[in-house]
Design a protein around this ligand. Structure first.
Ligand SMILES: Nc1nc2c(c(=O)[nH]1)N[C@H]1C(S)=C(S)[C@@H](COP(=O)(O)OP(=O)(O)OC[C@H]3O[C@@H](n4cnc5c(N)ncnc54)[C@H](O)[C@@H]3O)O[C@H]1N2
Ligand code: MOO
Length: 359
């Protein structure tokens, strides 16, 4: 009983007699603890009925010769005994319907004894990257550029709760696109590029040939205005056509793909909120602009705000790579000190490395 790791469970006022050979382990049978006795007990083991308290080994003094245990400090009834049902009672609602099953929710469900949970599965997404000019590795050269969207989209879509297959690069090949669309068994197909009306822009012609219903055909947003949403039949699958310009694609990802995925997964879409913008932001003459921003804490009594970032052109990614949100800037632009709506990016607030060269 004198060894450090032992924690005696005691019944009634001390001192208590104990049996050196006895002990209770986690998962053991229920036992009794007569008044005036102690038994060593492992953390997590069920305390015997009538246990008054558990004493930490460092607060107990054992006399092996007399097989007598005493407490070095006052014992409070119930100390170190974790009662049953501390965080919930039978019939309590642990999480409301529609809750995202995070790792913590899974743990809570298991702790409460659930073996299965009714859940809406993650939407499955296929990503098709179009463009003959795209390289999968190495430095851009001879008019060929790196595919920036395959690497960006897959993890971003996973962060939005989707199950994503490895992006496929199809080039500018109408037949390959048609085959990929008709053979996909995903809930959502996301294409990049080919949304315009040039000779190798195959998205619209192929969708028309397949009889897809065009639900969104361009939006009044810059960058990203050629983005589109289509549906192959009333119960899906959906197709989100993202423009090829990388920041235009991000714009469609946040404003079309994200709410669609949330809807398919039975989740509410992102809560809109507004923040003070800390600089004049020029606007488009008639369309809304989405501008990468970073959140900043107000200094010296100033209010928290967002700062717009440079490198925000349709083909650019430096701004968004430093951002933690996109500001929704109405046509005509906003003056410094105006509140604007913010679309959050699905990761932690940006670190201050954006200071200086981006703002
Ligand atoms: N007649 C019109 N032409 C265009 C319009 C329009 O309204 N009418 N809108 C322009 C706008 S705005 C955009 S944005 C582009 C969208 O065109 P596409 O979706 O057909 O995109 P692409 O031509 O394939 O590519 C545009 C640009 O982006 C580069 N790109 C494409 N994919 C990637 C990728 N995976 N990684 C990096 N860069 C990529 C591509 O090389 C082009 O430079 O249409 C305008 N035209
Ligand atoms: O959508 Mo485009 O990116 O506005 O150039």
């Amino acid at each position: 009983m004198g060894r450090r790791e032992l924690r005696p469970a005691v019944a009634g006022p001390g001192p208590w007699t104990y049996d050196e050979g006895a002990g209770l382990l986690a998962g053991g049978q229920d036992t009794l603890l007569p008044d005036g006795t102690a038994v060593r007990i492992a953390t997590g083991a069920r305390t015997p009925a009538d246990t008054t308290a558990v004493i930490r080994s460092e607060h107990a003094h054992a006399d092996p010769a007399r097989r007598l245990l005493s407490a070095r400090r006052p014992v409070v009834t119930g100390q170190d005994i974790r009662p049953r049902g501390q965080e919930c009672r039978t019939g309590d609602q642990l999480v409301p319907a529609g809750t995202v099953v995070t790792p913590a929710v899974l743990g809570l469900a298991a702790a409460a004894g659930y073996d299965a949970l009714p859940a809406v599965p993650r939407p499955r997404v296929d990503v098709l990257v179009l463009g003959d000019e795209l390289l999968a590795s190495g430095l851009p050269h001879d008019g060929l550029i790196r595919d920036a969207l395959g690497p960006l989209l897959a993890p971003w879509l996973r962060a939005l709760g989707a199950e994503v297959s490895a992006p496929r690069r199809l080039g500018d090949d109408a037949e390959a696109l048609r085959t990929a669309l008709t053979s996909s068994d995903a809930d959502v197909i996301i294409t990049t590029g080919g949304t315009a009306s040039g000779p190798v822009d195959h998205v619209h012609p192929v969708l028309a040939a397949l009889g897809a219903e065009l639900l969104v055909h361009g939006v009044a947003v810059r960058p990203g205005h050629p983005m589109l949403l289509a549906r192959f039949s009333p119960d899906g699958p959906h197709l989100v056509g993202l423009p090829g310009n990388p920041l235009a694609a991000v714009s469609g990802l946040l404003t079309l793909a994200e709410p669609l995925l949330a809807g398919l997964a039975g989740r509410p879409a992102q809560d809109a909120y507004r923040a003070l913008v800390h600089a004049d932001v020029p606007g488009h003459p008639h369309d809304t602009r989405l501008v990468p921003v970073v959140h900043r804490a107000g200094r010296a009594g100033g209010r928290d705000h967002v700062a717009p970032l440079r490198y925000n052109g349709p083909a650019m990614l430096r701004g968004i790579a430093a951002a933690d949100g996109l500001a929704v800037v109405p046509a005509g632009g906003v003056r410094s000190g105006t509140e604007v709506e913010i679309l959050d990016l699905p990761w932690a607030p940006a670190t201050p490395w954006t200071e200086g060269c981006f703002t």
